[in-house]
Ligand binder design. Structure first.
Ligand code: ATP
Ligand code: MG
Length: 714
């Protein structure tokens, strides 16, 4: 074991050593990011097997997510290639096994209603919740309400609040507690058969361990040692399951960092750790404060930053690591320049698998996916957001476009007329659909349906707009749909009525425009969306080697990268608007930011932008704080991108101009970094290109050999 540690170049410090060797009895390891919690946990498992000769099958390691189970398994195999690996799994999968035995024993059948897969559409959690919402509220449930409701239910079940008290709870909206109660009933309607969501597994497993002595003992006798990582995000019901399992031996090692607790909104119970000694009076509590992961700059900044939280277990994170690179804070002009900056930097990286782009919201990823895919930069996404491509806004835009190919298509018209800013009612539409008509749909609609003069006027205008669409580039068409066909205005009025978050909807339109920007036709655009959806699937299930990681801050927990870009660090995003005014939520937002910062080993870049779609944007207050925390505050710079040679390992753009003859004055080109410009002059070894307001002189040979320019047809 000693030799192994030397080989791995890991010289355990005193506390780590104690945590490894103190195998018997309860142990809480409360420690800073990068202090070796996960490493220690793996070493402890290795020590149990190699030194204490414990059968690996009698050790259970519980991780937070399936991804971290995989991550830990890989680390374990790297450390102990000759050992039979122990069982690394999530608490959910353990709970599922227990719950299944319990139900089988009782002769109860069940079906899962969450998590995708085989279940019928009418038997999914969202479908049931939507139906109950309608029954109780006499209205349709919006996407935002649905997800809030689902999180609320998850939270109360994880907190083990008894069903009869749900009604009194303050939920995301009035009567959410009532809907939640009904949801519980609906799932139990037929006797001998249950509908189960993920949280039910936990509840059932806990109940089984508590009430069924025979079954409980079976699982209690199954493991002699239990270890749980990232326990700051463990909920009460999950803690209880663990408590039941260790009753006989008390050999429990709990590893946590309360400063990285980022799931309280889903019912995580970090306070439990502070009570650990009450539950396990003979517990040892160890602290680890030395960070082995990050450079001095990063550790010092992070440590100062997290101390602003009032509610925390005091710790002093420090490091012996040397300084590496200064922390970068950049406010770029707009989302596009931020994207260009990041991609340009990636083009200069050989080892992309050591780099991550982290964001607060999944919606940030789509623009990056588009750009990385276009440039052939390999990427990996752990929790890819493929829902974007099936969002109803995306469907709407495609339908608006489809109609332009044939303005006689009643079926397509029917899909979008209610989405135009016309206040057409469903009954008017039905009347139209039931009447035999021919020719242009706008004319036919005016002829068939009894309309106000203002509606007729608009329909005529829309018809004229449609006449000019077919030859246009897709980005322009999207703008026309937004403004001339008034899709945005209608979204706004519907948002008011149904309470959507309008910013996120407009954000989707911006992303679509971004994707369309480099394309020539609407067909190309539709195909591109398909292609990207596929690319996202691949990035998730089939990631290429040496790929840059795209991840939300939440999913990046526990991981480490040499270089980290944190993007879209804006006011309203982190902290989110809904965090403002709530101290607990602001503290959680700070912890989330802290998780991001502490992922970086050598280089941390905090990025934001000054405006988007003509609206000016403010930096996240966390960014401002970091600015003032840094010893020599970086000035707020709108930096020029440095011209730097892209490394040869980066694939060249196959459509890039290779022949000098194509570089004639007047040609419109797309530069892989500077964007679209016009060639204004050719002089000796240089060409001059006007990019917006800036003219750049570029070395012709360099530009050709790196295929930096692509011709754009106008
Ligand atoms: P997080 O809170 O982010 O999950 P952690 O506390 O689990 O972090 P680890 O991921 O285990 O930290 O370790 C961080 C890094 O420090 C890893 O690269 C690990 O190899 C290294 N490390 C940990 N302990 C030591 C040690 N004693 N000597 C050298 N390197 C170490
Ligand atoms: Mg860890």
């Amino acid at each position: 074991f000693e030799r192994k540690k030397r080989e791995l170049n890991i010289n355990l410090n005193d506390v780590q050593k104690r945590a490894v060797e103190q195998t018997e009895g309860p142990l809480l390891l409360l420690a800073c990011p990068g202090s070796g919690k996960t490493t220690t946990m793996i070493m402890r498992i290795g020590y149990l097997i190699e030194e204490k000769k414990v059968n690996p099958r009698r050790i259970k390691a519980i991780t937070f997510s399936r991804a971290s189970a995989r991550d830990m398994m890989e680390r374990f195999k790297r450390f102990f290639p000759d050992c039979v690996p122990v069982d690394f799994s999530t608490i959910h999968s353990l709970a599922f096994t227990i719950a299944r035995s319990y139900l089988e024993k009782q002769g109860t059948t069940f079906e899962l209603i969450e998590g995708g897969g085989k279940q019928k559409q009418s038997r999914t959690k969202s479908f049931l919740l939507k139906g109950l919402y309608k029954k109780v509220m006499h209205d349709d449930c919006t996407d935002d309400e649905l997800s809030a409701l689902s999180t609320f239910i998850s939270g109360i079940k994880n907190k083990m609040i008894p069903l009869d008290r749900w009604d009194d709870l303050v939920g995301p909206f009035e009567r959410a507690g009532r809907i939640a109660q009904k949801y519980e009933q609906v799932k139990k309607q037929t006797s001998g058969h249950l509908l189960l969501d993920f949280d039910d597994m936990l509840t059932l497993a806990e109940q089984a361990l508590k009430e069924d002595k025979e079954l409980g003992d079976r699982y209690r006798n199954k493991y002699d040692y239990i270890l749980t990582d990232e326990s700051q995000d463990t909920s009460l019901v999950q803690h209880k399951i663990v408590e039941h399992l260790v009753v006989h031996h008390g050999n429990l090692c709990v590893v946590a960092d309360d400063d990285q607790s980022i799931y309280t909104w889903r019912g995580a119970e970090p306070d439990y750790l502070l009570e650990f000694k009450k539950v396990y009076p003979n517990a040892q509590v160890l602290m680890m404060e030395r960070n082995y992961r990050s450079s001095k700059e990063i550790v010092e900044l992070a440590s100062k930053f997290i101390k602003k939280n009032k509610k925390r277990y005091p710790k002093e994170m420090h490091t012996e690591n040397s300084p590496k690179e200064p922390i970068t804070i950049k406010q770029l002009d707009n989302p596009k320049s931020q994207l260009e900056y990041v991609t340009y930097e990636l083009l200069g990286e050989d080892r992309l698998n050591e780099v991550a782009i982290l964001f607060r919201n999944n919606s940030s990823s789509t623009m990056y996916v588009n750009e990385l895919h276009r440039r052939g930069i390999p990427f990996y996404m752990k929790d890819a957001d493929d829902k974007f491509f099936s969002h109803w806004i995306v469907e709407d835009i495609l339908n608006f476009m489809r109609l332009s190919f044939n303005t006689e298509r009643k079926d397509i018209f029917a899909k979008i007329v209610l989405k135009m800013n016309l206040f057409i009612s469903r009954s008017m539409l039905t009347q139209f659909e039931n009447t035999e008509t021919s020719g242009n749909v706008f004319d036919a609609f005016i002829k068939t349906v009894d309309l106000k003069s203002s509606q007729i006027k608009k329909l005529k205008e829309y018809k004229d707009v449609y006449d000019k669409i077919p030859d246009m580039r897709p980005a322009q068409v999207i703008r026309i749909i937004r403004y001339e066909l008034e899709y945005e205005a209608s979204l706004k009025s519907r948002a008011e009525k149904f309470g959507f978050r309008i910013d996120s909807l407009f954000g989707i339109l911006d992303i679509l425009e971004g994707i369309a920007a480099q394309l020539r036709t609407m067909v190309e655009f539709a195909n591109r969306l398909k292609e990207l959806e596929q690319a996202v699937q691949n990035a998730k299930f089939n990631p290429p080697e040496n790929a840059v990681t795209l991840s939300t801050l939440h999913s990046a927990k526990g991981l480490e990268f040499r270089r980290v870009f944190m993007i879209d660090l804006l006011k309203g995003i982190i902290p989110a608007d809904e965090d403002e005014g709530d101290i607990a939520m602001l503290e959680e937002a700070r912890r989330l930011f802290y998780v991001g910062v502490t992922r970086a080993k050598e280089k941390l870049e905090l990025l934001s932008y000054g405006q988007s779609e003509g609206k000016s944007k403010e930096d996240s207050k966390f960014v401002n704080e970091v600015r003032s925390l840094l010893l020599k505050p970086n000035k707020l710079q709108k930096e020029q991108q440095p011209v730097r040679e892209a490394k040869a390992s980066i694939p060249l753009n196959p459509n890039g101009i290779q022949d000098k003859k194509e570089l004639t004055v007047g040609t419109i080109v797309m530069h892989r970094v500077f964007g679209q410009g016009e060639i204004t002059k050719q002089q000796g070894r240089e060409i001059h290109i006007q990019f917006g307001k800036v003219e750049k002189r570029l070395d012709i040979e360099f530009v050709l050999s790196k295929r930096l320019l692509e011709a754009v047809e106008v």
